[in-house]
Design a protein around this ligand. Structure first.
Ligand code: FE2
Length: 423
């Protein structure tokens, strides 16, 4: 007997009328009309059923701190960094843990099953590191949390960052971060990329750097990141996050750069909500969009995911843990309105970031973990359009979140009262 069966589901690849059979926390079969008895049945007829959303770029040490110790009045990146440095000495272990757990609750309710969070190591107490390591353990039964050692104030620019980064890795942080465009010079930035990639190679770790998060068309750190990845044999293990400078680069140079990135099998994470809000701030009109060249990078075969980056913190006062909101913005900013491009945008918040994070057992095939989301949507494009309700969230075959279907009753003059159209 099965533990659970979902019936009549539509899958992200377009298959309809599929039953999904689950036993011992894993998917055992997917096909129409599975006639095996199950302890529980979920009717998913006509609903999109997807593996969970994955947010491969987030800052959980800062999340939900909006207003502490004050608001970011200008809404700019630089005031955000200044504000974070005002807040950092005031942080307590308990407060960071409580806010992170509250965000994990929100994320799970939104169907997120895994988050890669950068954690600022430029604090000699390593308070954020210890707090998020505790959170990682406490949420492990319902959310995969992967942590990146992130030298927010610069690997070389901050005097103790290099030592703190190694201390953070020693404590169990599993990905090497960086921020080369924030070092004092382009030369220091390139040196930081080299040193951090060597550190990752020595320790057998993944790399995910904030890279070229500027409007400067001459920022060249992703070129160095591709070169170091290739030199050290780290293909498929290195991610460039943001890469907003690519938006502003010369087209001829980009034609060379994307080939180098493809050769190094770099992964890319754009953060559309933050990029469209933060970049282009020195422009008059026209104002640049600031998101990296997503369709061109996808066309070259690179893995491109979309991250949320921030929710209610010094840099971004909005956000709701909704990866469909993130995908919706990406579609607009990136002119990704072709049918295939919109379907790709759904993959960019599900299977692609799962691949970037090297998540084991993720997917919608027999043998994969029974981690699923039933959406109040007919297909991936419909889900992005409506930022669809997450009706049921499953983790290892167990329901961990339920939300009632969204429904409006219309009572219009001259027409009989009726249930409104599904949104
Ligand atoms: Fe970030």
């Amino acid at each position: 007997m099965l533990d659970l069966i979902l019936t009549g589901a539509t899958l992200p690849d377009g298959r309809t009328g599929q039953d999904i059979a689950i036993k011992d926390g894993r998917i055992v079969e997917i096909r129409p009309a599975i006639a095996v008895e199950a302890m529980e049945t979920i009717d998913a007829t006509g609903r999109l059923v997807s593996p969970p959303f994955v947010d491969a770029h987030f800052h959980m040490d800062a999340t939900l701190s909006l207003g502490l110790p004050r608001l970011n009045r200008s809404g700019t990146l630089l005031e955000g960094i200044a504000l974070w440095n005002e807040l950092k000495p005031l942080l307590t272990h308990e407060a960071v843990v409580d806010r992170a757990l509250a965000y994990c609750d929100l994320a799970v309710s939104q169907g997120i099953g895994a988050i890669r969070s950068h954690v600022d190591i430029c604090d000699d107490r390593l308070l954020g590191v210890d707090a998020l390591l505790e959170v990682k353990q406490r949420v492990a039964d319902y959310l995969d949390l992967q942590l990146v050692a992130f030298p927010q104030d610069g690997y070389y620019r901050d005097p103790t960052a290099a030592a703190n980064l190694e201390r953070a890795l020693d404590r169990g942080i599993e990905v090497v971060g960086g921020i080369p465009h924030f070092e004092r010079t382009m030369v220091d930035g390139a040196a930081s990329v080299r040193a951090l990639c060597e550190l990752a190679a020595d320790r057998g770790l993944l790399v995910d750097m904030h890279c070229d998060e500027t409007d400067d068309p001459m920022s060249r750190h992703v070129e160095t990141l591709a070169h170091e990845t290739h030199r050290l044999g780290l293909q498929g293990r290195v991610t460039g996050s943001h890469l907003t400078s690519m938006h502003s680069m010369d087209n001829y140079y980009v034609s060379k750069l994307i080939a180098l990135m493809a050769e190094a099998e770099l992964s890319v994470i754009a953060n559309p909500l933050i990029n469209i809000l933060i970049q282009g701030r020195h422009d008059s009109y026209p104002k640049r969009r600031g998101m990296t060249r997503v369709p061109e990078l996808q066309a070259a075969g690179l893995c491109v995911a979309f991250g949320h980056d921030c929710v209610m913190d010094p840099w971004y006062s909005l956000g709701s843990g909704d990866m469909l909101d993130v995908a919706h913005m990406a579609v607009h900013v990136g002119h990704m309105s072709a049918t295939d491009a919109m379907a790709d945008a759904f993959q960019a918040v599900t299977s692609v970031p799962a691949q970037i994070m090297h998540l084991p057992g993720y997917g919608l095939e027999p043998g994969c973990n029974a981690d699923l989301v039933v959406l109040q949507a007919a297909d991936p494009i419909d889900a992005i359009r409506t930022k669809a309700n997450r009706l049921t969230v499953l983790r290892r075959g167990r329901v961990i979140a339920r939300t009632p279907a969204r429904q409006t009753t219309l009572d219009l003059p001259g027409r009989p009262a009726m249930v409104g159209p599904e949104r």
